[in-house]
Ligand binder design. Structure first.
Ligand SMILES: [Zn+2]
Length: 290
């Protein structure tokens, strides 16, 4: 499916250029992706394959902020086994992965990235933080970048209990610690001019979303608080979420502000729609079709 997605596509937020980078696809269980929503409802939005899996984008965001080139999330990377790739339907081949191909397609090199921003440290968001080289050595993928994450998320990722450890793979974040490239933030923070992080807990306790603000316009990279445009209704919450009722309140808060300020909403996992704004004529959260 990812062959049908462009390597990158761009739009403008005020005077800031942003690029959606298609770092490949994965396929996750449709039931887990839609939590308590019955299959007859969700399968109309995203049809499952014979293994009940639905295709999901691994869309990262490259932000040309005035003082820094910022990459939000890093896809799955290249350190996984063939068995892992089969279970999760991972397709992200490139040089070394489709993420780097997409960055080059947008006109930059991986070495140009000044800041890597992780919304959280699950393998499909932080897997490309590190890369396995020709010798099998795992090293940071973006050596000139500082890596930004919530302090609570980094601590939580290390806690490794039975419910969460399949999602938090040490090889995605330990080498960043060893290389002393982390810059931890706590709560809402401006990362660089025009780029802020805002806590949107629920999927994980310290999950964050990213706001890009310029000249009165705002875009929000939602990440897993709302992974696809099919998850826009408040109760359409993933079964993966550790605290679904907290997700509910994070979404309620975001949708209120998004409506007030006509935000551009960016979807990390939507297999079709990279971004859109709410239709102001509708009471329900539905997107204006471009
Ligand atoms: Zn995810």
């Amino acid at each position: 499916m990812h062959e049908s997605l462009p390597l990158s596509r761009s739009t403008q937020v005020g005077s800031i250029q942003i690029h959606g980078i298609e770092a490949g696809v994965q396929q996750l269980d449709g039931g887990a992706m839609f939590g308590v929503v019955p299959k007859p409802l969700w399968e109309r939005r995203i049809p499952p394959d014979p293994r009940n899996r639905i295709p999901l984008a691994l869309r990262c965001l490259l932000i040309e902020a005035p003082n820094a080139l910022v990459l939000v999330d890093t896809g799955i990377g290249n350190k996984h086994s063939a068995k892992f790739a089969d279970i999760y339907g991972v397709a992200n081949t490139g040089d070394p992965t489709r993420l780097e191909d997409g960055i080059r397609h947008a006109g930059f090199d991986p070495e140009d990235i000044d800041i890597v921003l992780n919304t959280h440290l699950h393998f499909d968001h932080a897997g490309g933080n590190t890369v396995s080289d020709e010798l099998g050595q795992v090293r940071p993928s973006f050596p000139n970048a500082r890596y930004v994450v919530q302090k609570g998320e980094l601590d939580f990722a290390h806690s490794q209990n039975e419910r969460i450890r399949a999602s938090y793979l040490l090889e995605n974040f330990e080498p960043i610690t060893t290389a002393e490239l982390w810059e931890v933030v706590e709560g809402p923070s401006e990362v660089t001019e025009g780029v802020e992080v805002v806590p949107t807990p629920g999927h994980t306790p310290h999950h964050q979303s990213v706001l890009i603000r310029s000249d009165g316009d705002t875009a929000c990279f939602l990440a897993d608080v709302c992974p696809t445009s099919a998850h826009l209704p408040l109760p359409w919450i993933m079964g993966y979420d550790l605290e679904p009722l907290v997700t509910l309140e994070s979404k309620r808060m975001l949708w209120h502000q998004a409506r007030e300020e006509n935000w551009l909403l960016v979807f990390e996992h939507d297999p079709r729609v990279p971004w859109g704004r709410f239709d102001p004529t509708q009471d329900r959260p539905v997107l204006l079709e471009d």
